[in-house]
Design a binder for this molecule. Sequence first.
Ligand code: PHE
Length: 501
Amino acid sequence: MRERWTWRGAFVVAAIGSAVGLGNMWRFPYVVYSNGGGAFLIPYLVAILTAGIPLMMLEFTLGSRFSGAAPLAMKRVKPSFEFVGWWAVLAGFAIITYYAAILAWGLRYLWGALTLEWGADAGTYLYDKVLQIMPVLEAGAYGSLFGLSTSLIIPFILGWLAIFFIVFSGVKGLGRVVMITMPLPFILILILMVRGITLPGAVDGLNFYLASDFSQLANAQVWLAAYGQVFFSLSLAMGIMIAYASYLPKGADISNNAFMTSLGDALTAFLAGIVVFSTTGYVAYRLGVPVNEAIASGPGLAFVAYPEAISMMPVAPVLFGVIFFITIFTLGLDSAFSLTESVVAAIMDKFSLGRKLTAVIVSGAAFLIGLVFISRGGLLWLDQVDYFVNSFGLVLVGLLTCLVVGWGYGADKIRGFINETSEIKVGVWFDICIKFITPIILIVLLTLNLIDRFKEPYEGYPAFMQIFGGWGFIAVLIILGFVLMKIKGRESKYDSEEGEV
Ligand code: PHE
């Protein structure tokens, strides 16, 4: 018998918990920042409406209707589609390997926050002390990039233990844990937001966040970033929502839950942006520099700019430091175990293995591979893999899902399922999004991005990293997807359930 959520609402809380994650607080603000500021919110919203919500409904339907994690659900849609499910799961697996590393940074900082260990120079703290990459690069001792960053080992182990035990405890356990890990960070974000906007200089930071450079809307990269961020932030195209929905009782509502999840996620990202930028405005004010100079680029926003701001806080800096990093950790935790669960569920389905053994295998493998990301060169690997998986992997899986299900199975049939059980009925727009709008946009984006990538290869990264962390990596995922499809599974246990579908 397939496991089931044990209380009404557990599913949507878990889905929101998965969607709302580091992507909202760590990724969203810097993606906005590097793609034209406030103007980015337009493509972002368009992406949510045309791709995010329809795909979310599609994934919810696949999971609940076909009672399986991504590969099995796809297989039941049509046997030759199984590989698409595996690609999703494998992309998810790739993400969890580095996502857990960032979770470890968060834990490391939580510890550091108790003593405001970074002092006034959070940049040096991150790169020298936590990641331990800078001294190696400066010395040109690239060989040492393979050593582990000693300060991340313990947090990485602790993070994985948490993920492992939660997944190990099954759907019942997941349902319990998300009662805390979903609402808690949201409440903490509200507290941090009030703190942020009442600091002097906050307005300048917010102007910077929301000031728009509309010329960026003509830039295809910006649109690609928007779609990539929507997939990442809504945990789409990784098999998660399919796995979670496969634990729903029959006849559960689809569209209502999809709207709640998508809009809840967007709202949280927007609020997290306010937290980060208002506080950055304060840093600029304190340093007497323009806001853009106070902003660390990229991943630095949450791990450099914000910690620096914390040390400057007029009252209770330790408290706000601790709150911030508890937020980061709890944001990331439920997303991390959702990713792990997607893989675990897929393997359980295919090989008819028990949950406990599968959890050990999947977490163990992800842990070992993830060591790459807590090595001293880990940041470089992380950048590469994050970029490739998000810009190509997820977009590709999203595209294929739309094509095979929308055309190969029938978007209208899926819509029929949705409307059978949902309070909010969906119209033909759903078919149009799944069959035309989303695929066309994704194809254009993928093509443009591929052309760009070949025109100007990534600079500043050693070639082997580009190969292993980029194309080579994507190639392995593609091949593995087919291999897994070809392997004969032992689905008897769940196949007998098919009557339930
Ligand atoms: N959606 C989560 C976030 O925004 C991240 C995530 C990505 C979770 C991929 C699962 C899978 O952080």
